[in-house]
Design a protein around this ligand. Structure first.
Ligand code: PLP
Ligand code: COI
Length: 358
C-alpha cells in the first residue's frame, strides 16, 4: 500500500516533545494528523496521512442511520531506550476484522491496518506524552459512508485511525478500587447479537445503564446474561476474580462477551505470576455467596484502557452492597498490574514478543 502524506507545514505541527504538566486524562488530546482510507467499488483506496480534522460525510451516510460502525482500542508505549513500541497490535487488527464480519462490513487487510497505524505513529512521535504512566491510545475505526436509506450493508466505507496521548482511564488511576453496579434491569448483549464485536452501537446502548451506574455511585455496570444468571462483563472491561487459593478466574468467552486482548494476555501470564489462571462460567448467585463468605478475595476488570482495575464492591439495584475482602486493591491485582505495565513499558522482559518497535 502506498500511503500519501499530506502533512501540516512544519510551523503548524508539533516540533518539540510533548511534556504535559497537568494530568492529560484519557482520550481527550488529539495529535496533528490522522490516517484515512476509503472503500468503494470493492476495494480500499486513497490511503493517506492527513491533518486531523473534520471528515466530510453525507447526511444519508448509513453509519448515521443504521449504525454500521466499529472501532478498536490499542496502545503504544515509550521505552527507556526512547523508542515507541506497539503492544499486541496484531490482535487488535484481527479483532477489527472480526467486528467487521459481525457487522457485515468489509475486512481491512491486516498488513494495511498495520502499515496505516505504524505510519501515523511514526509521524506523531513528538506527541508521545512524556508523563508517568502515559501512552499513545490508538483508535482505529470504520464506518459506512454510502448515502442510502435502505437497511442493508453499505458498499462504501471509511477506515480512519486517530491517536490520543492518554493517561489512566479512571480518574484515580489504578491505585484504588472501583464500585460496579450489578444490573438485572439492563443488558449489554444477547446470544446471536453483536456483543462480541466492538460495534459503536453496543456502547450507545450502554449509556442508559451507565447513567444508572452513576446514580448508584458506581464506575460501570457489571452485565449479566439476558437470563440474569451468569456474569458477563463490564462496560469497558472483562471481569475477573481471585479465589482464596490464589486461582484467578475470567468468565468463559461467549458471543455476548468482547474477547479482551488484556484477558487473553493475562491467561498467558499465569506461569510468570505463580498462580493458576482459568476461564469458567460464573453464576452470579455463587459469586455473591463466595464474596460474602470470603472465598473470593479479589475482583476486578481487564481492558486496554482500564489495564488491570480492582473492584472493591458491588452494588445491586435494591441498594445492597457486597464488599470484596477489605474493599482495597488486593495483592494479586497489584502484582498483575505491575507485571503487565512493566512488560508494556519495557521495564522487564517481553516473554511472548508482544511489543513491536516503530
Ligand atoms: N469489554 C468491552 C465491552 C470493552 O469495550 C473492552 C475494551 O476494549 C474490553 C472488554 C477489554 O478488551 P481489551 O482488553 O481488548 O481492550
Ligand atoms: C479500550 O479499552 O480500548 C476500550 O475501547 C474501552 C472504552 C474506552 C470504550
Amino acid at each position: 500500500m502506498e500511503i500519501k502524506y499530506q502533512l501540516k507545514s512544519a510551523s503548524q505541527r508539533r516540533s518539540t516533545p510533548y511534556q504535559p504538566t497537568e494530568n492529560i486524562g484519557f482520550g481527550r488530546i488529539r495529535t496533528d494528523h490522522m490516517f484515512v482510507m476509503d472503500y468503494a467499488d470493492g476495494q480500499w483506496q486513497n490511503p493517506r496521512v492527513t491533518s486531523f480534522g473534520p471528515l466530510p460525510i453525507s447526511p444519508g451516510a448509513m453509519a448515521l442511520h443504521y449504525g454500521q460502525s466499529i472501532f478498536e482500542g490499542a496502545k503504544a508505549f515509550l521505552h527507556p531506550n526512547d523508542e515507541i513500541y506497539t503492544f499486541r497490535l496484531d490482535k487488535n487488527i484481527e479483532r477489527l476484522n472480526t467486528s467487521a464480519s459481525i457487522l457485515c462490513m468489509p475486512h481491512v487487510p491486516a498488513e494495511m491496518q498495520k502499515q496505516a497505524i505504524e505510519a501515523l505513529i511514526d509521524v506523531e512521535r513528538l506527541w508521545f506524552p512524556r508523563q508517568e504512566g502515559a501512552c499513545f491510545y490508538i483508535r482505529p475505526f470504520m464506518f459506512a459512508t454510502e448515502d442510502n436509506l435502505s437497511v442493508r450493508s453499505a458498499n462504501a466505507y471509511t477506515y480512519c485511525v486517530v491517536i490520543s496521548p492518554s493517561g489512566a482511564y479512571y480518574p484515580d488511576g489504578n491505585n484504588s478500587a472501583i464500585r460496579l453496579l450489578v444490573s438485572k434491569k439492563y443488558h449489554r448483549a444477547v446470544s446471536g447479537g453483536t456483543g462480541a464485536a466492538k460495534a459503536s452501537g453496543n456502547y450507545a446502548a450502554s449509556l442508559r445503564a451507565a447513567t444508572a451506574a452513576k446514580e448508584f455511585g458506581a464506575a460501570q455496570v457489571l452485565y449479566l446474561d439476558a437470563n440474569n444468571q451468569q456474569i458477563e462483563e463490564a462496560g469497558a472491561m472483562n471481569h475477573f476474580h481471585v479465589r482464596k487459593d490464589g486461582t484467578l478466574i475470567i468468565p468463559t468467552f461467549t458471543d455476548t462477551i468482547l474477547k479482551s486482548i488484556t484477558s487473553q494476555s493475562v491467561l498467558a501470564l499465569g506461569e510468570h505470576l505463580g498462580c493458576e489462571i482459568k476461564q469458567e462460567t460464573i453464576m452470579i448467585d455463587d459469586f455473591i455467596a463466595d464474596v460474602r463468605s470470603g472465598e473470593i478475595v479479589e475482583a476486578g476488570g481487564f481492558g486496554t484502557a482500564a489495564v488491570v482495575s480492582a473492584v472493591g464492591e458491588y452494588i445491586f439495584e435494591d441498594n445492597t452492597i457486597i464488599q470484596v475482602a477489605d474493599g482495597q486493591v488486593g495483592p494479586v491485582t497489584k502484582k498483575l498490574y505491575q507485571l503487565y505495565s512493566d512488560i508494556q513499558n519495557g521495564r522487564c522482559d517481553d516473554p511472548y514478543n508482544w511489543l513491536t518497535q516503530i
